[in-house]
Write a protein of this length. Structure first.
Length: 115
């Protein structure tokens, strides 16, 4: 069974940066396209960024395009999200999962951006 553990969130001022990490247990990480999602207070969970199984293709939500870089290390079973120029509206709990969101969700990591 795959387990997901997100980390790297925190409190940052607007314009600041954070790097999120996702550690994945289980033998099949490298065959999955993966993604980051977020849930802001009072809103539905939404897609933030995705990366193909081999890291060869990435995609980003329009609201954050140009401010994010998603990457992965299949050997270490890790995925990362570099977030720059953060805005108050980026405040949310950030989650990792496969692109379809079919793994059991982890607890996420809280990102709070102060205006």
């Amino acid at each position: 069974q795959v387990q997901l553990v997100e980390s790297g969130g925190g409190l940052v001022q607007a314009g600041g940066s954070l790097r999120l990490s996702c550690a994945v247990s289980g033998p099949t990480f490298s065959i999955y396209s993966m993604a980051w999602f977020r849930r802001a207070p009072g809103k539905e969970r939404e897609f933030v960024a995705g990366i193909r199984w081999d890291g060869g293709q990435t995609s980003y939500a329009d609201s954050m395009k140009g401010r994010l870089t998603i990457s992965r290390d299949n050997a270490k079973k890790m995925m990362f999200l570099q977030m720059n120029m953060l805005k108050a509206e980026d405040t949310a709990v950030y989650y990792c999962n496969n692109r379809g969101g079919t793994f059991a969700w982890g607890q996420g990591t809280q990102v709070t951006v102060s205006a």
